[in-house]
Write a protein that binds this ligand. Sequence first.
Ligand code: AMP
Length: 280
Amino acid sequence: MLIFTQKEALKKHLNSSSIQNSIGFVPTMGALHEGHLSLLKASVSENNFTVISIFVNPTQFNNPSDLEKYPRTFDNDVQKIKTVSDQIILFAPDIRDIYGDKMQSETFDFDGLENQMEGKHRLGHFDGVGTIVKKLFEIVNPTNAYFGEKDFQQLQIIKKLVQKQDLKVKIIQVPIFRENNGLAMSSRNERLSISERKDAALIYETLLEVKKRFKNKSVVEIQNSVALVFAKHANFQLEYFEIADEVTLHSCIRKSKNITYRAFIAVYVNEVRLIDTLAL
Ligand code: AMP
């Protein structure tokens, strides 16, 4: 498996081998799990080459302790990538290779998508995401790039980035991969104890319950019942629960017929912040 740690070397390699070939790209922050591997598998089956990046991007972390505690499992990640294919190219740069001596975000206008949910609770997060994804796209120049529905707001923002900047890459969205108990796979799950992991199944159970009730109950009733579920558990702290238009991400106050809605949730399980989403 080829591993590059410097963007110029990767660019050179891709330029020499990509003529008339499609490149699939899977950007990640490492601590890989089956969810990441499902993106990789989709890319491998649809492209001549697949590049995966592992880079814990400092500019998208609004909380220094979250950045510091973010799991880093490089050797393990390499083994997992090999289980999908040893032809995959890994790009694992250091911060300097990406940012030089100016570790700063660009400021983006994503037509308001950036001001909802995660954007409200993690200030500057999507400027950081936009900055790194744009930089990585410039390096890899992919034909197709794969993003998970797990980070649904991020996915919509990347689509907006591509549209507004007229980038020549197709964004492919991949469904959420879950643990057997329904918990959405996440690198942050590594920070949960065994019993916290078990308890965290409550998040998906609650979303399924929301889906069941969405037809017959008002949004306010649903919001109240979700708040109550988490208030009963000392280990959980609900940061937000929203039902929103899947396209604009505007909160739903009263249901309207021609709109596709989705439930979004962010919950702390003790110290660890988890997000999940479900189409309604
Ligand atoms: P991350 O390493 O958390 O930045 O995630 C890298 C990519 O993997 C993003 O596009 C995520 O949406 C996607 N991803 C993370 N968890 C999952 C999951 N459980 N199922 C599918 N995709 C995921």
